[in-house]
Write a protein that binds this ligand. Structure first.
Ligand code: 5RP
Length: 222
């Protein structure tokens, strides 16, 4: 665990080199991103501020005195830094372990370059061992769950979690996702689904992978 945290920290600090001075930075959510915020605070005088993907990150950003902007105030977002729960060779990701998937998807879509910071345990061949998070409007919980069963998954309501947007999270367990592009579209199309935590339309542009031996950089040549 200590070792894993060290790897998360070093990969988070490595993301600093993607930050352009004088710009606003998109900030994701999670334990790796928390290390990134700590790193970002050391160069806060060089940036204009950030856009935050969650209340959780906002609270840490405030602690470090980093100016936070509303996304609607921002015309240009060159860089978005965030983690992932799983990523495959096509740079498709599962995100939302921290329940912040909707704002993460919005901010990453606005950004020019998505830099994904992970430890190597997040790299997978087939997505789905990590339960796939879906943000759902509360009144659609039963309907969406029944539809997800038809798709072959086991939906579980995430207890005691209300998203920053006032919705619930359903996680799909036992779900091997062989066609992530089709599955993102299919789940997004269900009435009551706000966002599915599959990121195939907005993939990562650069993935920094922390390992015991250092950091690997993978670039997406799309
Ligand atoms: C939050 C996310 C995170 O990026 C994901 O859960 C990875 O988190 P961590 O860095 O703690 O492993 O999608 O909604």
């Amino acid at each position: 665990m200590v070792e894993l945290n060290k790897i998360k920290k070093s990969v988070a600090w490595a993301a600093l080199k993607y930050i352009l001075p004088g710009t606003i930075v998109g900030v994701g959510t999670g334990s790796t991103v928390s290390y990134f915020i700590e790193a970002l605070s050391t160069i806060k005088h060089l940036i204009n501020g950030v856009v935050s993907s969650s209340l959780y990150s906002t609270n840490i950003l405030k602690k470090y005195g980093i100016p936070i902007y509303d996304l609607n105030q921002v015309n240009y977002l060159p860089t978005y830094i965030d983690g992932a729960d799983e990523i495959n060779a096509d740079m498709h990701m599962i995100k939302g372990g921290g329940a912040a998937l909707t704002q993460e998807k919005i901010i990453s879509s606005v950004s020019e370059t998505f830099v994904c910071i992970i430890d190597e345990s997040k790299k997978v061949e087939i997505l789905g061992a990590f339960p796939l998070p879906i943000e759902v409007i509360p009144m659609a919980c039963s309907y969406v769950s029944n539809e997800l069963i038809k798709l072959g998954g086991i939906p579980k309501y995430r207890k005691n979690v209300i998203t920053d947007n006032g919705n619930i999270i359903i996680d799909i367990h036992n779900f091997k996702i062989r066609d992530p592009v089709a599955m993102e579209n299919r789940i997004n199309a269900l009435a009551g689904v706000v966002t599915v935590g599959l990121f195939t339309s907005r993939t990562a542009d650069v993935v920094l992978v922390g390992t015991k031996f250092g950091i690997d950089t993978i670039k997406n040549n799309h």
